[in-house]
Design a protein around this ligand. Sequence first.
Ligand code: GCB
Length: 647
Amino acid sequence: MVIPARLGAFRVLWLFAVFEAVCLLDTGMLFPRESSSREVKELNGRWDFRADKSPNRNQGFDKAWYKIRLAETGPVIDMPVPASYNDITQDPTLRDFIGWVWYEREVVVPSRWIADEGTRVVLRVGSAHYYSVVWVNGVKVTEHNGGHLPFEAEIGSLIRKDPTQPCRITIAVNNTLTLDTLPPGNIQHMDDRTKYPDGFFVQNIYFDFFNYAGIHRSVLLYTTPKVYVDDITVVTDFLDNTGLVYYKVSVQGAATATLNVTLMDKNARCVASSSGPSGVLKVVDVNLWWPYLMHENPAYLYSMEVRLMATDGRSTYEDVYTLPVGIRTVNVTSTQFLINNKPFYFHGVNKHEDSDIRGKGFDWPLIVKDFNLLKWLGANSFRTSHYPYAEEILQMCDRHGIVVIDECPGVGIKDIRSFGNSSLTHHLAVMDELVSRDKNHASVVMWSVANEPAAEMPPADFYFKTLIKHTKALDPTRPVTFITDSNYARDRGAPYVDVICVNSYFSWYHDPGHLEVIPIQLKSQFENWYGKYQKPIIQSEYGADAVAGLHSDPPVMFSEEYQKAVLQSYHNVLDQKRKQYVIGELIWNFADFMTVQGITRVVGNKKGIFTRERQPKAAAFILKERYWRLANETGRLPFWTKYPCSF
Ligand code: GCB
């Protein structure tokens, strides 16, 4: 896997080969950025909304609600975008609604966008959970299968048809999960009329977070010229003091175009340039991208400006797109995870996109607060459990040096029917979309293809072999993992991964209340997995629920003291094993989060070291102390030998 460390000239050839592989995907999904040639118009705010509460949830399609204004089809309510709709109203049937909901908004499109035939106008949805269909002025422009990832459609010609009409955008979103969706789920109809009302059904899910739904990320209109930069791929490396940025640019709209590529440092000074659709930029005296707490100058980002010029005989087009680029390498040995050839130890967290009222809706104040908490904690990494997070979050990771294990929504794959061909095909397509979206983030160092699947089932072998091979072919520059639980009979798939990630909850789900089992069980867990696979291991989840403010000495389950004791006991074993082959520890979880209602959850999962409102429990201070100590030991900074924490 990954770039062989020192191969001299072969290394360069190898990188070129790799590079072709990373560019396998045919269309780009560049994050919309403004530039001298591109404009962005956010459509966030209040939208009209109507849930289709008809028995088969299909009235909206039967009556073609997209053809007229939504308010003319029946009663609409106000709905914010981005946000999950579940916690916005006082209506319990909407909180737990399953089926189609309809969003609509009219937009004023700048007249110059319409007048200029050389401008592409693109409608982009950052993510909507789960299946979406989009119409503009009653005409279907796209549909998309899956939450957590963006989709878009070019709508210029459509809005030009009748410039006097307002641009009416209708988006229908269905949150139903089936055996073939990611995550999977299934609908169960309850037909016993002595027990259930007419038409009663439930959505069964096999994962532990609330199935929030709606338009979760920004809806945008953005422009590009008709000839435009469709995609950019960068792969980075360095030799001694020279940074290497291999790039490839794909262009749409013209057979030929002139491309100039300039790499600028933080002071906007040009440090390297090139022309043509692919090449290598050499940066003398390179500032490498280092993780937070690993270097005195972490998260160094260059700006790569791609400038396109083209002509189609009648007009000339210029397009400019600027991509932040961090220069770093990632390698894995049988005992270490190397960033820039130095051992990196993950001391971090697992998160969720989750907060009150907005659910999984994108929210800048929450994101910035979370980054401040991560830095206060001394965390250098997180896993995007259990689905891809917003692109803006990964941009923050690039900026702040927070290392990311980027996970796809392959969570809760428990039913044998979810290992079939249609599930696999969809899972492969989701990996395509994820890699295409996130491949250029320096902070992303590993792909995770699934969390705790029922990998003991025979079809899991073919499924994960195919999935992991596919992901490696898409991006040979990053390791691939899937997350397993501590039961090492569930190891189909493990032979193909680069890093073993294990979740375990000793003294919680196993031997509840018995803290004394942790040292022996955790030690056996590591020794079993390493003994079998000789691959580095991350403790990718561990923890205990604690109801904030609940105290007990001696510690009992659900008290803050018990959560602290579990952590401390795990840390003792981790301290032995990290000297051998354990390369990281990620607490479950950063913050309390909402789940489905059930007898094991008291208004959500309480394994957060912060409450859902982002206030620390006692465990947060234990972890903070530990993470700063680990940073002092594993980072390379003399001045961090003192306890810092000036945040
Ligand atoms: C796990 C899952 C995570 C759960 C956690 C728990 O193993 O990966 O999604 O929330 O355990 O608290 O049960």
